[in-house]
Design a protein around this ligand. Structure first.
Ligand code: COA
Length: 364
């Protein structure tokens, strides 16, 4: 490709664009740490909303607030698109100030109320996708003790404890993951001084693409297909021979096991997932065959694989997976927007021009 000089990295791979105190995954995997704190021991002890506090305020005793009463406008049941539109709309409804004009405290408050409302929007959109036209009353939702329970109550009118545990664990494991595409988008938008609704809505748009937030949606149908054949080894061979990829394996950053995958696998087992057995058999077959075909490049299980299995425990339909991911990532996005406001500078990278030399057009 022309213009691909030494200083040009397509996709900005390996380019350091910001310095952060929040987290950055290390290539060799191993631990998942938010602001230096190991996440694994927090699971089952601390609810998601306090992990939001750890990421945004560097304080595990601080938390994302409860959602306030809010009237969304014309939800469609397509959760990522409803979420993106409504998040941008909150800026207008709440008359949010521009990031370069408001205090850090005000920005933190705006991020808290939007984050909480974003979860509500996804729950309401999911309810519409279930063909339920009535809203669950606020008093019923308020009975939930945690953000995960409130989310389920807002969506289904009930909160099965197994479902709440599955969602909470998934949200905590995927709350933040360094400078991925949506987080970068949130920071770029925040760097212009746009308001918090604009920055979070832009992040949702970036996440809605299948290369970022959509992979769990492909894993469940794959597991169903493998279960139907009953022969994971053959399925893996056939898939790779047909030049297709196995969803949930490989990662741009990790060269070892993704620590999130380990935690989610354990959770799926603890929650008695009906898919865990076939998932483990397929994982074993896929890892062996991928190692045989790519001895030079470790291709290990990524977060999406066991995310799909855990989300299935909570009976989350695969098309809702990107919006579930957005719910968890409100913490990481909010933390980065605040960090960008405090320390950052307007993003304005350069492009190398590789178009035609000066020329004239013959206009008749
Ligand atoms: N199944 C089969 N082969 C895979 C593979 C997978 N899941 N992931 C990578 N490979 C192979 C590629 O075919 C390629 O082989 P080649 O050099 O013979 O063509 C090699 O490994 C390198 O692939 P590349 O696309 O350069 O790796 P990457 O680091 O840029 O890609 C992913 C990372 C995640 C995009 C990639 O591993 C993938 O597509 N995985 C499946 C989708 C998925 O799980 N996405 C969720 C990500 S969290």
């Amino acid at each position: 490709m022309s213009g691909n000089g030494n200083d040009f990295k397509p996709g900005l791979e390996g380019v350091v664009a910001v310095e952060t105190e929040i987290m950055e995954p290390d290539r060799e995997g191993g631990m998942l740490r938010y602001r230096g704190v190991d996440v694994e021991p927090l699971i089952g002890k601390v609810p998601y909303e306090n992990v939001w506090g750890l990421l945004v305020d560097d304080d595990i005793n601080s938390k994302m607030p409860d959602p306030e009463p809010y009237e969304p406008a014309g939800l469609t049941g397509n959760a990522p698109s409803d979420l993106q539109a409504e998040t941008a709309r909150m800026s207008g409804v709440w008359n949010l100030g521009k990031l370069n004009e408001i205090s850090n405290e005000q920005a933190r408050e705006d991020l808290g109320r939007i984050s909480a409302q974003m979860m509500s929007i996804v729950a309401r959109s999911a309810r519409i996708a279930d063909a339920k036209t009535d809203d669950v009353p606020d008093e019923v939702v308020a009975q939930g003790k945690t953000a995960a329970e409130k989310f389920l109550l807002r969506w289904r009118g009930e909160a099965d404890p197994r479902h709440a545990k599955a969602i909470e664990t998934y949200w905590i494991c995927t709350a933040e993951h360094g400078l991925n595409a949506s987080t970068f988008t949130a920071r770029v938008t925040a760097s212009t001084g746009a308001d918090c609704g604009a920055a979070l809505s832009a992040a949702v748009g970036a996440l809605s693409g299948p290369l970022h937030g959509g992979a769990p949606a492909y894993v469940k149908p794959m597991l169903d297909e493998v279960a139907a054949t009953g022969d994971p080894e053959k399925w893996v061979r056939d898939t790779l021979e047909a030049g297709r990829r196995i969803m949930g394996f490989g990662h741009r950053v990790y060269r070892a096991e993704d620590p999130r995958s380990r935690i989610l696998k354990r959770t799926a087992r603890e929650l008695g997932s009906p898919q865990i057995e076939i998932a483990e058999r397929l994982e074993e077959a896929a890892l062996a065959e991928l190692a045989r075909r790519h001895p030079e490049r470790p291709l290990r299980t990524n977060v999406e694989y066991y995310s799909a299995v855990v989300l299935d425990v909570a009976e989350i339909p695969p098309p809702l997976a990107p919006a579930m991911f957005a719910c968890s990532r409100v913490a990481g996005w909010s933390a980065h927007i605040l960090e960008q406001k405090r320390t950052g500078r307007l993003f304005r990278p350069s492009a190398r021009y590789v178009g035609p030399d000066e020329r004239s057009l013959s206009l008749n």
